[in-house]
Design a protein around this ligand. Structure first.
Ligand SMILES: [Ca+2]
Length: 211
């Protein structure tokens, strides 16, 4: 009976840990690409050239395209109304944007972004990050997660086209959150809840047999 109570408590702790934590606010600005001076270039896409300040919070390093739902060719944002395409109107797209983040040296950060088409490349202070995991949002968009340790009080985050010339490298809903405040990734928390509940079922059956 004591073991059953421990199992229940353990399951409740895991459940509350899964449900309750408020998501830490992202340290990146305008990461859903909703703010700025958008204007239609063609088919609800705006061409952003290097040096453009139209997209609030982001430096345009190489030409990118800023889309508004619903675009003329049927594409839509993962969150809100706007998203970014790290390709360009030209044939040799090498799109890239940058933002300087205020970070704590030694602190770990999770980067998550919504991705459609080719997964965007992410660099931190010039070093590429490998994706950790990917979770589908719908038939077009997925959430992709990355991790980095900050080495300085400012960190340059670059989001870029990893396949120059390719046409669809959509990004949206980018978040950079300190690791300690970030929610447990869903598959891990579900595994923990599942194992807790499985323990309960086994113990209940064992208890039932002895009656
Ligand atoms: Ca958006």
């Amino acid at each position: 009976m004591k073991a059953t109570l421990v199992s229940i408590l353990a399951a409740l702790v895991v459940l509350s840990a899964t449900v309750s934590p408020a998501r830490a606010s992202s340290i990146s600005l305008n990461d859903s690409f909703e703010a700025g001076a958008w204007a239609n270039t063609i088919q609800n896409y705006m061409q952003l050239s290097p040096g453009s300040t139209a997209l609030t919070g982001w430096a345009i390093v190489e030409e990118v395209v800023w889309g508004l739902t619903l675009t003329g060719d049927g594409h839509y944002a993962a969150q809100g109304d706007y998203f970014l395409d790290l390709s360009s109107f030209g044939a040799t797209s090498v799109g890239a944007i940058e933002q300087v983040l205020s970070t704590t040296p030694g602190q770990g950060y999770l980067v998550s972004l919504a991705s459609a088409g080719v997964i965007a490349g992410i660099q931190v202070d010039g070093l590429g990050l490998a994706p950790l995991m990917s979770t589908p949002i719908d038939s077009a968009w997925s959430t992709v997660m990355y991790f980095f340790n900050a080495v300085d009080s400012s960190t340059v985050l670059r989001v870029y086209n990893p396949l120059p010339g390719y046409d669809i490298i959509f990004v949206d809903d980018l978040n950079v959150t300190p690791l300690d405040d970030s929610p447990v990734p869903e598959p891990l928390s579900m595994l923990l809840v599942g194992s807790g509940l499985a323990g309960l079922i086994v113990r209940r059956r064992a208890w039932g047999r002895t009656q």
